[in-house]
Ligand binder design. Structure first.
Ligand SMILES: Nc1ncnc2c1ncn2[C@@H]1O[C@H](COP(=O)(O)OP(=O)(O)OP(=O)(O)O)[C@@H](O)[C@H]1O
Length: 292
């Protein structure tokens, strides 16, 4: 496997004393790789370090073999980035905006601009003003500017948040097509479905620490035999249960509710074991449904 991203013992401490990343290490090969974690887990901080926007306090990151701190230009030439909130100019046309972003990267090539707009199915809307686009279309334009220069690695921060289901499917298709031919797409998300559909491998951050890195299959193996269902009479019982166990899902019924839990230490003898699903495994990684 070719390693496109190598993250070694990366720590980031902000000036306000927050440790956003604490000794994080993992490697990423080709394909779509998922970065999961709740708000504040450190995903954006890690992505900014990957794309050389910020410098780690300790540790190293290599992108296609180049060090993000010492060889920033080589890294930036190989990486495209769609931040969570990309500043766009509403009065510019789609074409002019992407062309402007290309020029900022030193690429003066209108054919390259048309080509990336075609890849994201926005060529027919080239003349439309940014301010007149739907959320999904804006996101596609965001990807288009990240694809300029045909980067080996594409980093996208929460790309499907706020999209309707149809746009989400389209967006997933786009990312998975891009990840072919040895390229890497690293996407951060807290949408379990994104991971399920797109990523063979994933890393999970929790409060700056790496909780898991590996394949979905290995993650499923970890939760095997630990998923159980329990019947509860009311929500007070649910609140109590959440203090003792990770609640994966809840189904309300006419008489009470049924909950799926992760019984890690085998404490819930009255609960019925069920076959674990990947969805269970992802929700478990995220720390349970209640916090999602
Ligand atoms: N520029 C900054 N200065 C100080 N603290 C910061 C800064 N940026 C982020 N943080 C803090 O670092 C921690 C990690 O934030 P980060 O944005 O990386 O998390 P995240 O997983 O991307 O969350 P979200 O999904 O909400 O974007 C949080 O506690 C956040 O408040």
């Amino acid at each position: 496997m070719n390693t496109n991203i190598e993250i070694n013992h990366v720590t980031k401490k902000y000036k306000n004393g927050v440790t956003a990343l604490d000794d994080v290490s993992f490697h990423v090969g080709s394909g779509v790789f998922g970065l999961l974690g709740h708000n504040g887990a450190g995903k954006t901080t890690l992505m900014k370090a990957l794309v050389t926007v910020l410098t780690p306090s300790a540790g190293t990151i290599r992108i296609c073999g180049f060090d993000t701190v010492k060889q920033g230009n080589e890294v930036r030439a190989r990486i495209g980035y769609l931040p969570q909130e990309l500043a766009m100019y509403p009065s510019l046309s789609v074409f002019d905006f992407v062309n402007y972003m290309a020029e900022l990267k030193g690429i003066h090539n209108k054919k390259a601009v048309s080509s990336v707009l075609e890849q994201v199915e926005m060529l027919e809307f080239s003349k439309r003003k940014i301010g007149q686009l739907s959320g999904g279309m804006k996101r596609r334009v965001g990807i288009a500017q990240a694809l300029i220069g045909n980067p080996q690695i594409l980093v996208v921060d929460e790309p499907t948040a706020g999209l309707d289901p149809e746009e989400r499917v389209r967006f997933r298709g786009l990312l998975s097509r891009y990840a072919r031919e040895g390229r890497t797409v690293l996407l951060s998300t807290h949408i379990v479905e994104d991971i399920h559909q797109l990523c063979e491998e994933l890393a999970v951050l929790r409060k700056g620490h790496l909780f898991y890195a590996g394949t979905s299959a290995a993650l499923l193996e970890r939760v095997k035999d630990k998923v159980k269902i329990l019947h509860l009479e009311n929500e007070n019982q649910l609140i109590e249960l959440q203090k003792k166990s990770v609640v994966l899902s809840t189904t309300y019924e006419s008489h009470g509710l049924t909950v799926r839990i992760m019984d890690e230490s085998g404490l819930f003898l009255q609960a019925t074991p069920v076959t674990a699903t990947l969805e269970d495994a992802y929700v478990y990684c995220m720390g349970g449904k209640a916090h999602a």
